[in-house]
Design a protein around this ligand. Structure first.
Ligand SMILES: NC(=O)C1=CN([C@@H]2O[C@H](COP(=O)(O)OP(=O)(O)OC[C@H]3O[C@@H](n4cnc5c(N)ncnc54)[C@H](OP(=O)(O)O)[C@@H]3O)[C@@H](O)[C@H]2O)C=CC1
Ligand SMILES: N[C@@H](CCC(=O)OP(=O)(O)O)C(=O)O
Length: 419
């Protein structure tokens, strides 16, 4: 596989993309949504082979869940595409306009970044989400999905290419690295002449590898060690189902809850209630060892004493860390030390505490009385996301259409000269 050729083709294809009318891009996305719902059988057949191989290779339940496509999930992918279609085209959008005293009129106008390369986990819906957002934002894209999902991705990319061609768009705008050899990733990271932005979604090893080897600017879709702090004033009746949602709705994804911090004044009453409430769903707990010494919970089969590194663990499963903190200040200190800057929240009835939490916690998404599971492009009304950025430049949280653009200054005068 010739990585340089793939990158050159993407660059070439990206040139006309910025000028494509929104209707034509939407037509391709409409074709793709129709294709998905009419090809559920071949997609699930390929996916079942990936899942079977994955099981044989010993993938965890969490990874198998990520890998699996069901008819409902495929219909969900089509629904997300229709949402992306309904969003306005960011390309050409004008923002921040002003006319200077000298008569020079200035505006910022959105343009695509150019060519994106996205390295992502074995989660085949991401193939469609990324291709759709790249196309609608006028970018070409090079896809490098997880090796365990290569069969599903081959079928999906075939559908994407058909959808593009039927709308009169070159299939070269979506390139696919159809070979799991990691040496090819290394080659890709050096293609700064053709690729404008690299987005690695995945774990720490991937991020380090990209940071150390990429000559292309990188935006990281990072890991999520997510917290909820139960403040003294929280409504506990309402907190229980919210924590349950954050933990169990889809425990294998990056925005699911890892650690609950409980105000010391609530701990004796609330922690046993929380354990009782969640263990029916199969949740097991790593509870603050000091708290456990004086608690009947020490005899509960679902509970273990937390080890220090448990609070630096992204569980991606039905394990939940529980730690007792003295109050808001201690919760802020814990989150500053252990959060990965993805999604953290406070449950409180105290407006001052809520404001302090949202001002001081430096994560891509901060929540008051809402589940961390909302950190998702679709949930935020963006249609989908290319990744959830956990770094500071230039986008944070779910990255969708606008985050895949940059801008140019457009300046207009009346034959104006600088004095
Ligand atoms: N914030 C976000 O947007 C997202 C965050 N995540 C986070 O990702 C983590 C787990 O995902 P997981 O599936 O294990 O991700 P991995 O990091 O193991 O894999 C993701 C992709 O990176 C590739 N990769 C990994 N390491 C290297 C390397 N050293 N060189 C070249 N390619 C590499 C993999 O390829 P190969 O197939 O060869 O292994 C795969 O394509 C979780 O922590 C989760 O929170 C996941 C998705 C989105
Ligand atoms: N978009 C997701 C979360 C982000 C994501 O893809 O996470 P992961 O499963 O860790 O790859 C969701 O909540 O559905």
């Amino acid at each position: 596989m010739d990585i340089k050729q793939i990158c050159q083709d993407a660059k070439q294809a990206s040139r006309g993309l910025a000028l494509l009318p929104a209707e034509q891009k939407n037509r391709a996305l409409e074709n793709l949504a129709d294709w998905l719902v009419s090809h559920i059988d071949p997609i699930t057949t390929a996916n079942q082979q990936d899942v079977a191989d994955g099981r044989e290779a010993g993938l965890t339940d969490a990874l198998i869940d990520r890998l699996t496509l069901t008819p409902a999930r495929i219909e969900g992918m089509a629904a997300d595409l229709r949402h992306v279609i309904s969003l306005s085209d960011p390309v050409g959008e004008v923002f921040e306009e002003e006319t200077l005293e000298n008569g020079l009129s200035l505006r910022k106008q959105r343009i695509p970044l150019g060519v994106l390369a996205v390295i992502y986990e074995s989660r085949p819906n991401v193939t469609v989400d990324v291709a759709a957002l790249a196309l609608k934002s006028g970018n070409a894209v090079i896809l490098r999905g997880g090796s365990e999902t290569i069969r599903s991705n081959r079928v999906l990319v075939g559908g994407i290419h058909q959808a593009l061609e039927a709308a009169g768009i070159s299939p070269d705008v979506v390139q696919f690295i159809d070979d799991p050899d990691r040496a090819l990733v290394n080659q890709l990271l050096k293609m700064h002449d053709f690729v404008d932005m690299l987005i690695p979604r995945g774990g720490v090893g991937l991020h380090r590898f990209c940071r150390e080897n990429s000559s292309i600017p990188v935006i990281t879709g990072g890991i999520g060690i997510c917290h909820l702090f139960v403040d003294e004033s929280a409504n506990l009746e309402k907190s229980l189902p919210l924590i349950r949602n954050a933990k169990i709705q889809r425990p294998t994804v990056c925005n699911s809850l890892d650690t609950v911090l409980v105000h010391r004044k609530l701990a004796a009453d609330f922690i046993p209630r929380l354990v009782d409430y969640l263990k029916k769903d199969g949740v097991t707990f790593r509870v603050d060892a000091d708290f456990l010494k004086d608690s009947n919970l020490a005899n509960d089969d679902s509970v273990q004493a937390a080890r220090p590194d448990d609070f630096d663990t992204e569980w991606l499963s039905l394990v939940l860390g529980i730690k007792v903190v003295d109050g808001l200040e201690a919760a802020l200190v814990h989150i500053a030390a252990h959060s990965t800057g993805h999604s953290d929240g406070i449950l409180t009835e105290n407006a001052e505490h809520a404001a302090r939490f949202t001002n001081e916690v430096d994560s891509a998404a901060v929540y008051v009385n809402a589940s961390t599971r909302f950190t998702d492009g679709s949930q935020f009304g963006l249609g989908a996301e290319v990744a959830i950025s956990t770094q500071r430049l230039h986008a944070r949280g779910p990255m969708a259409l606008r985050e895949l653009t940059t801008y140019k200054w457009v300046a207009q005068g009346d034959y104006l000269v600088r004095k």
